[in-house]
Design a protein around this ligand. Sequence first.
Ligand code: GRF
Length: 321
Amino acid sequence: MAEKARIAVLISGAGTNMAALVYASRVGDCPYEVVLVASNDPAAAGLALAEAEGIATFALPHKGMTREAHDAAMEAAVLEAGAQYIVLAGYMRILSDGFVERWDGRMLNIHPSLLPLYKGLDTHARAIAAGDSQGGTSVHLVTPELDAGEVLAQVRVPIVAGDTPDSLAERVKLAEHQLYPRAVADYVARGQNPVWLLDRLRALALALPETDERESHGSPGFRVGGDKTGKFFAYFADQHHGTPHIALLVRTGSMDELLNLVESQPEVYFKPAYYGASGWVGIILDRPGVDWDEVVEWLQRSWRSVAPKRLTRLMDVADAF
Ligand code: GRF
């Protein structure tokens, strides 16, 4: 089991989603732990609960402070706690662009509507007024534009006869308490998830010219050069032949290069079993801090080493610009 991801939860109110996140983190082998609960309101009910649970807390009223200064203080507390992700749970503040951009891909929010419907406030009243048959809730990545980042997960909640915004909000919260911990867990663990890793690798490999995917010895493989004469330039190996890693296999230039890589960076590279002296190297993907730009460079290089001349010539021309 990889080390747990450290998350900071930001709240302004009751903090019931925060509580759901905390208790889910205490069940089974949850991949995250809550290391800080922070609020812009020292009276937020959730702070007392977090304290009682032995979680570090931080509260700073925003009154009289600029947005930037308040965000900076919140961010400092988050960094001080060693958090790797910020999880907003009813944090009723618009965040400054700089703050959001620094946490790009590492800041999540839950919004009580089926995004992209009803961004902003009063979501339940608007859904009822529109005559919708269902409301719901969405977990999304935070980007500078309000409630507009990539949606990671949603749950639908039916609107029933006689529903008021409050009665609907109450049921939506029940759904949120199930959804949010699960979505956060999936998100922080995606780097160890073979399905997510393969999807990402596939998109990168098939973005190269004239490529296709073909299974080889039970592993997804990627070829260049067409149906009949295509040559493999990459394989996705999920703990293949007893190796403990999920890895990308690509061609290096030589056995010497391969051995040098393995010796100098054993946390990144390994020599795959059954590839003999062919120079195929394994690049470990289920490790913290994978550099995906480097993965792309390896894919390109490996592709280039077996692609037909007519294709590499085109790439040379493109590279010259
Ligand atoms: C939730 O409904 C959430 O979707 C919204 O604010 C509410 C927070 O409630 N962003 P709580 O403080 O977690 O109880």
